[in-house]
Design a protein around this ligand. Structure first.
Ligand SMILES: Nc1nc2c(ncn2[C@@H]2O[C@H](COP(=O)(O)OP(=O)(O)OP(=O)(O)O)[C@@H](O)[C@H]2O)c(=O)[nH]1
Ligand SMILES: [Zn+2]
Length: 372
């Protein structure tokens, strides 16, 4: 196996040539486990340390390595040593092509970095209970914002009738969402072949979705062995949070997949671009309003009001747009506040061990925060 199977392409290679010095090597971060960074060098998994400079310099979680990152490694120890017995430290992180993040709950850090350099995000939803157009739109905003290609993956098709499933798909299309949709049952295996064919070698995928929708079961199916713990759920098919993981797995068929723990809530952060892409139909309509500063409440010649009246624009789609927009505005205000506080606080550059502990939690939030 080589680095290209892990997803290394010319783009990363060019950056690596600029960033990595002699004696350094490149590897991909495949997991973060209690502050220990697990990297893959194309031959095997190794453990690498984060040295002090990251803790002194890093003001934002985005400056720490995350799963999916390409990094330059320093090797400490004699050159003849086997890399497995050398001490490895992370020298630098290569620029990220994509970065998936969400707002954190609790800490004053604004973002939790989920993963980087993802090509395709599977939004995993159980079709028998988990699906709402509004929820799908939230995922779409977050994924578009990260410049990642979204694909909807309906699981548990064995638990609903075919026409009910078709109705869900019709609702998605009626809401103007053209996303690619794959339907599977982890129980009967139906549709899994299509997912396997969809996954290309050297590309990186992630599984996003609420707890219990079948992400780890799907992962097991793809890997072909029972690596992740899955848990029996209630008869309604609704799951509970079960697993803690976030490990980038190289499939035997080629392609890399990272499974995210369930996410109960999706906070909307800086999502301007994502909103524009997910609600392109609404943005386009607003451009036809007679007044450029139209508030779409009562103005004459308002294209939004007209489209709502004629049914061309669905009111739940529009309401969801307004809700996400107001959350984004609210978050922007909060971010400004956190920034100001941080600037005041950072007068001291000494990172005592407690701060270091807290920063470690930020790069490995599963230690403390139930990611769901
Ligand atoms: N009937 C049916 N059950 C499924 C399907 N996929 C998963 N399940 C069951 O749903 C439960 C939850 O599945 P998991 O794979 O653990 O769910 P998850 O999305 O990984 O959940 P978290 O680990 O909490 O993020 C398990 O009991 C699975 O056996 C499916 O396609 N059909
Ligand atoms: Zn208007």
């Amino acid at each position: 196996m080589g680095l290209s199977e892990l997803g290394l392409d010319c783009w990363f290679e060019e950056h690596a040539q600029k960033l990595c010095g002699s004696g350094q090597s490149i590897a991909r971060v495949v997991a973060i486990d209690r502050g220990r960074i697990v990297v893959h060098d194309g031959a095997r998994e190794l453990s690498a340390e984060l040295l002090g400079k990251f803790f002194y310099a890093a003001e934002s979680a985005a400056r720490f390595p995350c799963v999916g990152d390409w990094v330059c490694l320093d090797h400490h120890g004699s050159e003849s040593d086997d890399p497995a017995s050398q001490f490895l430290s992370i020298h630098s992180i290569l620029p990220r092509r994509t970065l998936l993040k969400r707002k954190t709950v609790g800490y004053d850090e604004e973002f939790q970095i989920l993963a980087s350099n993802i090509d395709v995000a599977f939004i995993v939803m159980a079709c028998n209970y988990d699906f709402h157009v509004a929820k799908l739109e939230r995922f779409l905003v977050m994924i578009h914002e990260a410049h990642i290609r979204p694909v909807l993956l309906f699981t548990k098709t064995d638990l609903i009738a075919a026409d009910a499933l078709q109705q869900l798909i019709d609702n998605i299309r009626a809401a103007g969402i053209g996303i690619e949709i794959l339907c599977i049952s982890n129980s009967t295996g139906e549709g899994l072949d299509r997912v396997r064919r969809f996954i290309e070698a050297e590309k990186t995928y992630c599984l996003l979705g609420s707890s219990g929708v079948g992400k780890s079961t799907l992962m097991n199916r793809l890997i072909g062995e029972e690596t992740f713990a899955t848990q029996e759920v209630s008869e309604s098919g609704q799951g509970r949070h079960t697993t803690v993981r976030r490990h980038l797995i190289l499939l035997r068929q080629g392609g890399l997949v990272v499974d995210m723990p369930g996410m109960r809530e999706l906070a909307i952060s800086e999502v301007k671009e994502g909103i524009e892409e997910s609600f392109a139909d609404i943005i386009e309509l607003t451009q036809s309003c007679r007044f450029s500063n139209c508030t779409h409440h009562s103005e004459p010649g308002c294209a939004i009001l007209a489209a709502l009246k004629s049914g061309e624009l669905r009111s739940d789609h529009y309401k969801n747009y307004l809700k996400i927009q107001s959350e984004a505005r609210h978050h922007k205000k909060q971010t400004g506040y956190v920034e100001k506080r941080r600037k005041g606080k950072n007068a001291s550059r000494i990172a005592p061990s407690k701060t270091r502990q807290r920063k470690l939690r930020q790069i490995d939030p599963e230690q403390e925060e139930d990611a769901d």
